[in-house]
Design a protein around this ligand. Structure first.
Ligand code: ADP
Ligand code: MG
Length: 695
């Protein structure tokens, strides 16, 4: 493309035919400054002129549209106020439109002006009459359905009317659309059934039919997703080439030794995940894998397996959890599994005395410690490992996945990474926000897992529910959680809502039972004591904030009450519910909600009707949108302009496969046919994805 052409497409809008200084100002106000911006100011909808009726086809009382020219109009005083009647000549007959107290619309009337009326007509001899129809002004030629069956409806700004903008677009499209730079090679367009850019832009403004709209949209969505996937594919490739890890291998003998430590058979899902992980770890490039497994699918065991492989290879492993409660639970699990073995596990937690901490750091630096368990916050920092082989990050769904934890090791190679999450990430999102990770999915739960029955309840059901809870605790020694949302779990922690619920229950419905309290602001010792008492059954009911949301595993706790459930997101509710039904008996979960919006109603209904985390995550995406859930911002990826990870999930997969194929064939994107794509990709994602110098 020559520089003159590229300049031309950036012509300021005021120099375009039909724009002028004043309209240019209005357009500038909504960010449309140049010809290029106009081309990409896509219609938000279309007027479908093919749906219009001729007068002799009208049916009484049905919403219909007619097109014609203004014949005359008049106003008249009536008891209902000023009545305005408009006569429109529709060719095969007249339609009369009536409005009350709407004289102001007269200002737009002119004899001979083309209009479109949409309303429910009644026949009132000798005319069809529409009361308060919607009126749209068309330019002279705008009712020709053979050339323009659909008219674009643009997002507008004050001072510019639809028909102005349509005229501007009609004038500029034939000249400017062909100047757009095509990013895809010609063969690629044909092979992937994509409209060339100029055709797509023309079709999106003035489509010939619905298929044309869909094809044009698909092209732009595909392009946006493809460019990102191209960046992700290049990043994966770069990691493969640049980062070096020590291969950590396993064999049959080691496999038998590790399995002997587990008290149960592994599930098929666990077997598959382990196979994928050990395969990755045996490579000289660092593993970069996301283990995505629904709540309770048994991810910890998989992590333990991987860590023992690292240890058997003379390397250290670190296991990081998002909360201290979870880190301590992992410590206990590991100590139990590895009891009597040579493996030395050390904790890195809050509240450790300086001397104790210094000793642990020394053990980590000398290599005496094989496995380090701690919270993300504490482990990441000035800790020096002797020979770090594997990093496991548990429940990583609250922070961006693009950044790796900064861990130091005397080892000059990079460690392998295993990231685990119970937040079931829909495939389309995993491939985008998590696009540079390999993914293992565990859908299966260990055998014997119990159902959780879920109720969405109102105030009227309270007595019955608490009665049920009290009976189960008294007669069958069950335990339960009561989860209370905090208005703000931040600096100014306010435990009052928690305390209130505690007071009420201990004086009222659950009087006589041992009730505990747990929240994030308690000291480490307090938290640990409460969790200990709960695990041993001393505490029968735990009133807690969402600190118990992730990972906590107390199989005897089978009852869950969630207060003000409307404040929780769907995935969060699913996480919470995952705390129960872990033992031999079914779980019961009741959410009390103050339902005020359709959205919360939908959410809670979805929650009660499914226990499949993957399904719920899809549902959550539909209700809330991807940005909100997985914060593309958090991940560092700029938001999409056109693509939507829910609506366009098939295109995500297609674009990803195609991008991988392109990068496999042309790793540096050095082929001149790929130059434009390469430039676009680097401009948008080079920094975010840390791509450096490609090729
Ligand atoms: P999550 O994937 O939610 O982290 P956990 O690793 O906490 O799940 O496992 C949940 C429970 O299931 C634990 O009590 C664990 O011991 C148990 N478990 C894990 N794998 C199996 C298995 N294959 N068979 C039976 N129980 C298992
Ligand atoms: Mg877990």
């Amino acid at each position: 493309m020559s520089p003159e052409l590229s300049d031309q497409i950036f012509t300021p809008v005021q120099f375009l035919r039909g724009v002028g200084t004043l309209r240019a100002e209005h357009l500038n106000r909504i960010g449309i400054k140049r010809a290029y911006d106009l081309l990409f100011n896509f219609p938000r909808d279309y007027l479908d002129l093919t749906q219009r009726c001729e007068v002799d086809q009208l049916e009484s009382g049905k919403l219909q549209t007619v097109v014609g020219v203004i014949e005359s109009w008049q106003t008249q005083s009536t008891r209902r106020g000023q009545m305005l009647s408009l006569f429109v000549d529709c060719g095969k007959g007249f339609v009369k439109a009536l409005w009350f107290k709407m004289q102001f619309i007269m200002r737009e009337f002119a004899i001979g002006r083309r209009v479109m009326l949409t309303g429910k007509p009644k026949f009132d001899h000798p005319f069809w009459v529409m009361m308060h129809p919607e009126i749209i002004y068309l330019s002279d030629k705008e009712d020709d359905i053979t050339t323009e069956p659909f008219l674009p409806i643009y997002p507008l700004t004050e001072g510019i009317k639809q028909h102005h903008l349509r005229t501007i677009m009609r004038n500029m499209l034939p000249d400017y659309a062909p100047l757009l730079e095509e990013v895809f090679p010609q063969d690629f367009l044909v092979e992937h059934k994509l409209l060339p850019i100029a055709d797509a832009v023309k079709a999106i403004h003035f489509p010939t039919d619905r298929t044309a709209i869909a094809c044009a949209k698909r092209r732009f969505v595909y392009q946006e997703l493809f460019v990102l996937q191209l960046g992700l594919a290049v990043r994966r490739l770069q990691h493969r080439v640049r980062l070096k890890a020590t291969p950590l291998t396993s064999d049959n003998k080691l496999d038998v030794r590790i399995r002997r430590r587990f008290s149960f058979e592994l599930t098929k899902s666990q077997e598959t995940a382990i196979k994928e992980i050990t395969q990755d770890m045996s490579q000289a490039v660092p593993m970069n894998r996301l283990l995505q497994g629904d709540v309770g699918s048994g991810k910890t065991v998989v992590a333990v397996y991987a860590m023992l492989v690292a240890v058997a290879n003379g390397h250290q492993a670190v296991f990081m959890a998002p909360t201290e409660i979870l880190a301590r639970q992992h410590l206990r699990t590991l100590s139990r599994i590895l009891e009597g073995s040579q493996v030395k596990i050390v904790p890195l937690l809050g509240g450790q005395r300086p001397a104790e901490r210094a000793m642990i750091l020394q053990e980590i630096a000398s290599g005496a410690a094989n496995i380090v368990v701690g919270t993300q916050a504490i482990v990441v920092g000035e800790i020096l490992f002797q020979k770090l082989g594997l990093v496991v990050i548990d429940e990583q769904h609250k922070f961006g996945v693009m950044q790796r934890a900064a861990l130091k090791s005397s080892e000059k190679f990079d460690p392998h990474y295993l990231v685990m999450t119970a937040t079931p990430i829909p495939r389309s999102v995993a491939m985008t926000v998590f696009g540079d990770l390999d993914v293992s999915v565990m859908k299966e739960l260990p055998p014997g897992r119990q159902k959780v029955v879920t109720y969405v309840s109102g105030v009227e059901d309270r007595a019955k529910w608490w009665d049920f809870v009290a009976r189960k605790i008294r007669e069958e020694h069950w335990q339960g959680y009561v989860v209370v949302p905090l208005v703000e779990e931040s600096e100014n922690f306010d435990a009052s809502s928690l305390n209130k619920v505690y007071e009420q229950l201990s004086k009222g419905e659950l009087a006589g039972f041992n009730i505990g309290i747990l929240h994030g602001r308690m000291s480490t010792e307090e938290k640990e004591r409460v969790m200990f008492d709960f695990r041993t059954g001393e505490i029968q009911v735990l009133v807690a904030t969402t600190v118990i949301e992730v990972g906590v595993d107390v199989p005897n706790a089978n009852l869950m009450t969630i207060e003000s459930a409307e404040r929780f997101g769907l995935s969060q509710l699913h996480q919470l519910r995952g705390r129960i039904g872990r033992g031999k008996r079914p779980g019961y979960c009741t959410v009390f909600a103050n339902i005020t919006t359709d959205e919360s109603q939908k959410r809670l209904k979805a929650f009660a009707s499914s226990s499949d985390g993957f399904k719920l995550a899809e549902e959550d995406l539909k209700i809330r949108g991807a940005g909100d859930l997985f914060g593309t911002q958090q991940s560092g990826i700029p938001p999409f302009k056109i693509a939507d990870l829910v609506r366009d999930k098939e295109i995500v997969i297609e674009a990803r496969n195609d991008a991988i194929e392109m990068v496999t064939k042309d790793p540096g994107l050095a082929n001149s046919e790929h130059a434009t794509l390469r430039r676009r990709m680097l401009k948008k994602y080079g920094t975010v994805l840390n791509l450096g110098d490609v090729g």
